[in-house]
Design a protein around this ligand. Structure first.
Ligand SMILES: [Zn+2]
Length: 374
């Protein structure tokens, strides 16, 4: 049997696999033996099993990509796809991309993280779209948010090669851009919480920030001096935050940051300074404030959703020596408890939740959206 459908299904993800069995069977040629048909049947069975496995694994497994409305999905499909727009969302937290360590993820493990997320039906959304409840991923998919703190050179490095400047294929941006080319439907994006060091290599600082902005990434606030905000007066805290915006605007005039990652996860004495402030002619208004650890975050429709105290999941191996619970452990948790994952109904104008989740739902989050339960 022609192997092409298998290859195509694997390369393009579970969604494509759905068309494979619909292929018109090849016309039977006269003179072929029963043994040939037996083999054909076995191969067909294998293909069917593979297609079902691929479809069950990923998102969009209803086989109708681009469906317009959640109402098109039957209750049985919602149940099978475990659609749950009250499920948990991982905001992944990366620092250094280098030798694997407590605050460092190896390039290969970062690649593996992206592959695993993609294969298991996660799709990237921006932090801003998540906190504003504007999650537009395909039906059955789970949103995931990527964040990077401290703007180390390991996150974005230029190299000179044969007289040309290239992005280091082993830095975070190099890895993400490569992955995005191979999997455009992953929706690659991330927020970089920068310090004035701006990814090292001062000669390329502007080029890097411009590159990020023009390629769909966001820049966020991580203060000027990385001091714990809890140790500063509210006035000093505002200076730290506004000062970071000034640093970014040296390279990107007028750039608006929408969120802050708290240095060391320490909250300021007056939490109001995170929502808005003004210093030295710079004013800001933030939608979200990110903590350092260590759990998945609630869905924006959840009563517990608190964008100004947003937990993150650190990108870590399963059993780290310090015993932290990181991304690999949480991925495993969601494999064992798939009903806990946020899974989209594929329609941003409808919020679909299992009926038993309703008591935990914040009805104000609905806005103009329609509610569907099953
Ligand atoms: Zn930091």
């Amino acid at each position: 049997m022609d192997r092409e459908p298998l290859t195509a299904g694997r390369q393009r993800g579970g969604r494509e696999a759905a068309w494979a069995p619909r292929r018109r069977p090849k016309r039977k040629k006269p003179g072929l033996t029963p043994r040939f048909y037996g083999a054909l049947g076995l191969a067909g069975l294998f293909l069917l099993v593979l297609v079902i496995a691929l479809a069950a694994r990923g998102c969009g497994s209803s086989g109708s990509p681009g469906r317009a409305a959640a109402e098109d999905l039957s209750a049985a499909e919602l149940y099978r796809m475990k659609v749950n727009e009250m499920g948990m969302v991982m905001v992944l937290e990366y620092h250094v991309i280098g030798p694997e360590d407590r605050w460092s993820r190896s390039p290969d493990n970062f690649r593996k993280d992206l592959e695993t997320l993609y294969e298991e039906g996660y799709r990237c959304v921006s932090l801003r779209d998540y906190v504003t409840n504007n999650i537009a991923v395909e039906a059955g998919c789970t949103p995931v948010i990527l964040t990077f703190d401290d703007s180390t050179v390991s996150q974005f490095r230029y190299l000179e090669q044969d007289g040309k400047l290239i992005i280091d294929p082993d830095c975070a941006v190099g890895i993400m851009e490569d992955f995005s080319r191979r999997h455009p439907d992953f929706g690659m994006t991330a927020t970089f919480y920068v310090l004035p060091s701006m990814f090292g290599q001062p000669e390329y600082a502007e080029m890097k920030l411009r590159y990020l902005m023009e390629h769909g990434y966001d820049i966020g606030n991580h203060t000027v001096s990385h001091t714990a905000l809890s140790k500063l007066t509210p006035e000093k805290a505002v200076q730290e935050i506004a000062g970071n915006i000034q640093e970014v605007r040296k390279y990107l005039p007028g750039y608006e940051e929408h969120s802050i990652a708290l240095p060391l996860g320490e909250k300021p004495q007056d939490p109001a300074v995170l929502a808005s402030g003004e210093y030295g002619g710079v004013s800001y208004r933030f939608l979200a404030s990110l903590l350092v650890g260590s759990d998945p975050a609630p869905a924006p429709n959840d009563l517990k959703f608190d964008p100004m105290n947003l937990p993150r999941v650190q990108a870590l191996a399963l059993a780290h020596k310090e015993g932290s619970v990181g991304s690999e452990a949480w991925m495993e948790f969601f494999r064992k408890n798939p009903e806990c994952r946020y899974r989209s109904d594929g329609d941003p104008s409808t919020v679909t939740v299992p009926r038993h989740m309703l008591p935990r739902m914040n009805m104000d989050s609905l806005g103009d959206r329609k509610l569907r339960t099953y």
